[in-house]
Design a protein. Structure first.
Length: 132
């Protein structure tokens, strides 16, 4: 089993998770034929592959804007449990987990907004900030 976790760009908390049981190749990119679709202008249509190689996994960059680990561009690298890759210099961060115990803890659920009584003569939108 392998799990990919999209991390919040500032807080590093999980935003979305994908778990794969039997796939030997997992593709990430903007195109809808990928296993993981990431709609970001800096992500290529077919940006990266996470590929099983025997008992190991490897990340293979396919994207024009590159794939980065710790700020260094990589073309191909072995996956270590918990590794975080970044698609392009400023793109989404994906954590790759090979074991269940290493999954990041989910952010606490947002509190429900207070019930509002709409005024018939006004229209407004309430924005609830994300807490740190």
């Amino acid at each position: 089993m392998i799990t990919l976790v999209l991390l919040h760009p500032l807080q590093g908390t999980p935003v979305q998770t994908w778990t794969f049981q039997d796939e030997s190749v997992i593709r990430l990119g903007r195109a809808h034929d990928n296993h993981v679709v990431l709609l970001s202008a800096v992500v290529s249509r077919h940006h990266v592959e996470v590929k099983r190689n025997g008992n190991e996994w490897e990340v293979i960059n396919l994207g024009t804007n590159g794939t980065y680990i710790d700020g260094k561009r990589v073309d191909k690298v072995s996956v270590e449990d918990g590794i975080t890759i970044r698609l392009a210099r400023s793109g989404p961060k994906i954590q790759i987990n090979l074991t269940v115990h290493n999954l990041p803890k989910a952010a606490p659920p947002y509190p429900s907004p207070p019930a509002a009584t709409p005024d018939a003569n006004s229209s407004s939108t309430s924005i609830y900030p994300i807490s740190d």
